[in-house]
Design a protein around this ligand. Structure first.
Ligand SMILES: [Zn+2]
Length: 442
């Protein structure tokens, strides 16, 4: 390489004037104090109570993580791998916050990072002023519990949920392309029918084979053309997926949760329509949720969808505090706040949220401009069993899972309700035709 070119490259790599500074680690109150001085904090983000601020001159005693240009600092987040392990050679970990790694990775290296990555990786520019994850303030949004809602939530119990999760785990695998998945889907469809829903299978082509989403519809009493979707992926995976992928937390917990919520609403109706959906092919690239979106488009229903709840991994925790993570984008902030308020009113969950959304079945809906929120365990990234044959029953905390389901169900009733009162006791339309899968065009 010619020296002049080398010098030119070295010059380009130097931080530009005015963009240089220090990245410091501080707690949230120190950040607030620093931000009160105009022009001091050039950029910041927060992970719970831990904050990172980019300042031109670091105050005395600061914990400096990095000195240089902010343009070379990114947040790396990964669904299935420890994010610190994804930093390429030449990059440097600056701070680790759960499943987020704040890292020094200059732009040319970032391209390499994305090229080698799976679909569940996100490289986010360092925010200029937005919390990456933050707890909701307790009491901020709470209301008085409603007795009727509380009575319905009372039907969500650890014992009942345990039985439902166990049944799914006992299929040994729910790998998308397995016979066991088909059986689990058929069983789930049978349960949704038992709970009084109109059901259908959405069959579609994925990876040269047929995939099937299970859909159960609870038609709205007065506004049936407004739809809320309650979804969870039924499929599981592991390194021996064809024969053994119990997927207890990922995602029998969420799938059983959707079934249990349908059971809790049995014999009742909400004003708006609710679709209970068990997705296939999440582990192969969100195939089921993308297919459902195509179905909604084909049937001209897309604009009627007011919100999507996605439940994916709701039962893992190591620490005593039961915590809920809400993951979405700002377009669903209102819906997210209803869920947070419901959690605070009806459960003891500590609620956190993030606007960095990726990697599960809420993404296709968010990309289509539909409010969608992933509700899941806060300690997600600490679960060592995910996608392994060790994702088994004994690692699922049913108290955490039930609390998350109660928060979701209370929010659903508020958003899609109110409940038709008194409870709807009219007989359901009997199924006259033989059960036939309706195949959706796509
Ligand atoms: Zn999952």
């Amino acid at each position: 390489m010619k020296t002049t070119i080398l010098i030119a490259i070295l010059f380009m790599m130097l931080p530009g004037p005015g963009r240089c500074g220090h990245l410091i680690l501080l707690d949230s109150s120190a950040l607030t104090a620093l931000r009160a001085k105009p022009g001091t904090v050039l950029a910041w983000t927060a992970f719970g109570n831990e904050s990172l601020a980019f300042v031109e001159n670091a105050p005395d005693g600061s914990r400096i993580l990095y000195q240089g240009s902010l343009e070379d600092v990114v947040i790396v987040a990964s669904k299935h791998e420890a994010p610190q392990n994804l930093i390429p050679k030449g990059g440097r970990l600056l701070h680790l916050a759960g499943r987020y790694a704040v890292a020094f990775i200059p732009a040319p290296m970032r391209a390499r990072l994305s090229a080698g990555a799976k679909h569940c990786l996100d490289v986010i520019p360092f925010p200029t002023g937005q919390a990456t994850t933050s707890p909701f303030e307790a009491g901020m949004k709470t209301a008085k519990p409603d007795a009727q809602i509380a009575a319905i939530l009372g039907q969500i119990t650890p014992t009942a949920l345990d039985g439902r999760v166990r049944e799914l785990v006992n299929f040994k695998t729910r790998y998308t392309f397995s016979e066991e998945f088909r059986q689990a889907a058929e069983r789930s469809r049978g349960l949704l029918e038992e709970y009084g829903l109109e059901t259908r299978l959405q069959n579609f082509q994925m990876w040269g084979k047929t995939g099937s989403n299970v859909i159960g519809v609870l038609e709205g009493s007065t506004s049936p053309d407004q739809i809320y979707i309650l979804g969870a992926h039924l499929d599981s995976t592991s390194w021996e997926a064809a024969t053994f992928a119990p997927g207890a937390d990922d995602n029998a917990s969420g799938a059983a949760g959707v079934l249990e919520m349908a059971r809790a609403l049995k014999g009742r109706r909400l004003q708006k329509t609710v679709w209970f959906v068990l997705f296939v092919g999440e582990e192969q690239g969100l195939c089921g949720s993308k297919a459902l979106l195509r179905l909604l488009e084909t049937e001209n229903l897309k604009n009627q969808v007011k919100g999507v709840f996605n439940l994916d991994m709701i039962g893992y925790n190591k620490q005593d505090t039961l915590r809920l993570m809400l993951e979405t984008r700002p377009l669903a902030q209102e819906m997210m706040e209803v869920i947070a308020a419901s959690a605070q009113t009806y459960t003891n969950l500590e609620v956190h949220h993030t606007f960095q959304a990726w990697g599960s079945d809420h993404i296709p809906f968010l990309d289509a401009g539909i409010p969608a929120v992933l509700t899941f365990e806060f300690e997600y990234d600490d679960n060592p069993n995910d996608h392994t044959p060790m994702d088994t029953m004994e690692h699922v905390n049913m108290d955490l899972a039930c609390s998350i389901l109660r928060a979701d169900l209370a929010a659903l009733i508020q958003l899609a309700g109110p409940l038709a009162s008194p409870p709807d006791t009219r007989p359901r339309r009997p199924r006259t035709a033989p059960r036939q899968s309706r195949t959706a065009p796509w």
